[in-house]
Design a protein around this ligand. Sequence first.
Ligand SMILES: Cc1cc2nc3c(=O)[nH]c(=O)nc-3n(C[C@H](O)[C@H](O)[C@H](O)COP(=O)(O)OP(=O)(O)OC[C@H]3O[C@@H](n4cnc5c(N)ncnc54)[C@H](O)[C@@H]3O)c2cc1C
Ligand SMILES: *[C@@H]1O[C@H](CO)[C@@H](O)[C@H](O)[C@H]1NC(C)=O
Ligand SMILES: *[C@@H]1O[C@H](CO)[C@@H](O)[C@H](O)[C@H]1NC(C)=O
Ligand SMILES: *[C@@H]1O[C@H](CO)[C@@H](O)[C@H](O)[C@H]1NC(C)=O
Length: 472
Amino acid sequence: MRFLIKLSLAVSALAVVIPIDEASKSVADSIIGPHIAPGTEIYFLPNANYPIKFTQRHSSFANPGYAVAVQPLTVLDLATIVKFANKHNFTYMATGGHSSSVGFLRVRDAIDIDLSKFNTIGLDIDRNLVTVGAANTLADFADTLYKAGKEIPTGNSPCVSAIGATIGAGVGPMQGLHGLMIDSLRSVEMVTARGDVVTASKTENPDLFWAVRGAGANFGIITQATYAVYNATNGGKHVNADFEFGPGSQGALFDLLRSWDSDEVYPKEMAISVTLGYNRKARLPTISVSAYYFGPHESARPYLQQLVALDPTRWQNETLGWNEMTQAAGFGQTFAKACVGGRYTSHLTAGLRRTDPATWASVFASFVEWTAARPWFRGSIILQRYNAGVTRRVPEAERGAYPWRDIGTLVLMSNTYDGPAYDAEVNTFFQPLRESIYKTSGFDSPASTSTTATVMRARRRGMARACLGCKC
Ligand SMILES: Cc1cc2nc3c(=O)[nH]c(=O)nc-3n(C[C@H](O)[C@H](O)[C@H](O)COP(=O)(O)OP(=O)(O)OC[C@H]3O[C@@H](n4cnc5c(N)ncnc54)[C@H](O)[C@@H]3O)c2cc1C
Ligand SMILES: *[C@@H]1O[C@H](CO)[C@@H](O)[C@H](O)[C@H]1NC(C)=O
Ligand SMILES: *[C@@H]1O[C@H](CO)[C@@H](O)[C@H](O)[C@H]1NC(C)=O
Ligand SMILES: *[C@@H]1O[C@H](CO)[C@@H](O)[C@H](O)[C@H]1NC(C)=O
């Protein structure tokens, strides 16, 4: 409560009127008051405008608990807030995009630093660079660059924050052509955990730049980031194809995935996402495949034909601008659905170097049996196969902290269900299921894209200096 009073005094000129404790006023005013631009929104929670004006978390799983929410207008405001929080030992968390990462139960009575006002995107065509703010999404990237005849690797869902995805590596469909999002990152402007405003790039604060590329959320708050962009492949026109299969096709599908394990065989222009689910009404397993091919239909056809040969119950293909791809995927349904917030969803991930059809037959059968008996569960298992040739060939000196460049297929267990009462039951089933996937993954030790592992790696490399003062 000490916290609420102090901060309220600091911003007494602002939107929310709170009872003032004169004793704390001068302290807080002297720290924050002179630096905060008029117009910076500060809410003490609960506040009726908070859900409308501030970015809300995508999933309600293991949510952080906030006492105050601040929406800074400038990088200097942000630095002031961070210094204030450090000085008074308050936990804070940055909110950029749709806030989908989960597992923040230890963040309690914290300051929600909402970055919504950092929302400009600028393209420098002559130098092939794009600069985005912390609130810009992957859809902003696609729209701006497509119109200019350029492209950049992004993720699967248009609603994800561009910087939020990047600081965990940024995995996505164009990875086969251009590598991970971190491989295109050139520099960031950030407020460090100590409250200093710095630029990090290959030449300025290179250690910090290394850490940001994989473990970014732990070293400071990034306000804007600059990336290299590329001329659009095939004029920016690509093939999107969607398939649905009956349960009888699964064996052949897993065999096809195995035949595509090699990056010599599976084209760098291709990206597929396989979703294994369960249709409660029909009481049947469901399998859908969403495929992108970055190039003309003639080049895509030989690969799409291999999926057509598996006897889909329904399929279609179309040629689209690359800015329309993620919205079109899954017969126009998948990612529109993925972007709906407010559900209780947790994620478990795993990385594969190879596909073991027997493992997948068994994983899918257990998943279906378990799900069929639990009407409160609405999850699916997603396998994303991207060519990892470019990602793997990035020289050590250019790599950054992210260690999982060998992953050819990313597995995502997306578990949506009716709330915390079922957490234990979900974990008891999915943790061992993931262990069984690891066993035949082709990796000696479990590979997942969890940032915790990446942060541990950054710490081992002696990143304590950059991390000083932060709560990681
Ligand atoms: C539907 C869906 C689809 C997805 N698809 C992909 C995909 O295709 N490829 C992919 O790589 N990932 C994907 N993700 C994962 C996503 O990239 C991560 O969850 C990412 O952390 C989201 O960033 P965010 O800012 O929206 O989330 P948040 O949960 O708000 O942020 C994650 C962490 O980063 C911190 N953070 C946020 N912004 C900043 C900032 N500007 N500076 C410093 N720290 C910051 C937060 O404090 C938090 O600790 C997907 C997630 C969902 C829900
Ligand atoms: C800071 O806060 C944490 C918990 O939020 C507490 O454990 C720690 O002792 C505090 N440190 C100081 C110096 O007050
Ligand atoms: C990108 O396109 C521009 C304009 O068409 C052209 O001048 C340039 O050479 C191209 N760059 C590459 C790397 O192909
Ligand atoms: C696939 O695309 C080709 C080329 O546009 C088109 O001729 C064909 O009808 C499409 N097939 C389906 C099932 O969508």
